[in-house]
Design a protein around this ligand. Structure first.
Ligand SMILES: Cc1ncc(COP(=O)(O)O)c(C=O)c1O
Length: 383
């Protein structure tokens, strides 16, 4: 049903099916050619040489930590990065690692992805933590809604840097200052930022998986734990790989590593590390500032399309209030039916907040967006 895109040259790293319009990087991103090649090479190496050159694999892992640290805006803190299986696992390590006192409070909000609400709600059962949910739209600004809710009992504020549904971008500096002033821990879920926009925040915890804007595979991400809080974090996943004295299997006792590795209990996901390292190399070669500029340009272009077609924009338009996500409602259209029709026409996107979510990356073009609008209009005409 889809028409072939009569468009500009494809980016050499993204030789996508020419029929496909891919606008789902806030869901699961595409892989660059370089990532596919890295996985291919790794598989060939395993096939022909097994793990004979294991030390080289660890070098790829070190490069990945360094790249993640730069994306997280903590370039000097490479050893504070733990490689984790996904964002939810990282959030769980934090939530169930803080040493809670009964009566401690956590403030969550109504726009968070379930992984960044449920894990905090689960604390009530185990430790008597009070979890209060606020509506971001209830304050003068979303940050005011959160800051007004902080009390002397508030221990931690979890926040997504960009909300997965509305695409709302939070003022992290303001939240960080408010938390620092009150001694509240700040935990940033950065999965909708890293790989799209640059991050600069003084947070206690930053976590993100690599499968969205970072253009890597599912199943590997990074968790940054600030050294000022690492010793307070209870480590509840234990194994050979997290020991300070790595490889000293005959020692009767053990200490957790004094680095992010203390949160990596067992064998690492080296296939994932090779893949994600290659993906981040592509982003860094383009330049993180240039990636951000193009992501924002595409988002503005998508918003302009929403306006032109008379649809209802869910995502805020102010330049500092959005990132790469653009969510909109089509009056009279059922979002799930519309999504299915878009899929049938080879437009990859998502349905969120009762509408459609487009999330274009840096390599998408204005022609991609134009083609998406053409196909969306064709879906509506066929209703
Ligand atoms: C803001 C946010 N946090 C967490 C997740 C879940 O991430 P993971 O699958 O890496 O646990 C998502 C997935 O869409 C998300 O958008």
């Amino acid at each position: 049903m889809a028409t072939t895109k009569a468009t500009a040259m494809a980016h050499p790293e993204f030789p996508l099916d020419p029929n496909l319009v891919y606008l789902n990087h806030a869901g699961v991103g595409t892989w660059p050619q370089r990532t596919r090649d890295a996985v291919h090479r790794f598989a060939d190496e395993c096939l022909h040489r097994g793990a004979a050159d294991y030390p080289n694999w660890l070098e790829a892992e070190d490069r990945l930590r360094a790249r993640l640290a730069r994306l997280m805006g903590v370039a000097g803190a490479v050893s504070d990065i733990a490689l984790v299986p996904n964002t939810s696992a990282g959030l769980s390590m934090v939530a169930h690692g803080v040493t809670w006192q009964p009566g401690d409070e956590v403030i969550i909000n109504d726009q968070e992805f379930p992984s960044n609400r449920w894990v905090w709600q689960s604390l009530a059962r185990h430790y008597g933590v009070h979890v209060r949910q606020v509506r971001l739209s209830d304050g003068a600004t979303p940050e005011d809604a959160l800051i007004d809710a902080l009390t002397p009992r508030t221990r931690l504020l979890p926040i997504s840097s960009v909300q997965y549904g509305t695409g709302l971008r939070m003022d992290l500096e303001r939240l960080s200052n408010a938390c620092r002033e009150r001694g509240v821990l700040l935990c940033v879920d950065a999965i909708q930022t890293l790989g799209a926009l640059q991050l600069a925040v003084d947070a206690d915890f930053i976590v993100a998986d690599g499968h969205k804007w970072m253009l890597g595979p599912e199943g590997i991400g990074g968790l940054y734990v600030h050294p000022r809080v690492r010793d307070e974090l209870r480590i509840w996943q234990i194994g050979w790989h997290m020991a300070e004295d790595l490889g000293a299997f005959d020692r009767p006792d053990w200490d957790p590593a004094g680095t992010g590795r203390c949160l990596e209990p067992g064998s690492p996901n080296l296939l994932g590390s090779h893949a994600l390292e290659a993906s981040l190399a592509v982003l860094e070669d383009v330049g993180l500032a240039e990636v951000e500029r193009r992501v924002l340009t595409n988002a503005r272009e998508a918003m302009e399309g929403v306006r032109r077609h008379g649809f209802e924009l869910v995502t805020p338009t102010e330049a500092d209030r959005h990132a790469g996500i653009v969510t909109f409602r089509v009056p009279g259209a059922d979002p799930e039916r519309l999504l299915a029709a878009l899929r049938a026409r080879d437009v990859a996107c998502a349905s969120r907040c009762g509408g459609i979510r487009f999330s274009a990356h840096f390599y998408n073009t204005a022609e991609d967006l134009e083609e998406a609008w053409r196909r969306l209009q064709a879906c509506l005409a066929a209703e």
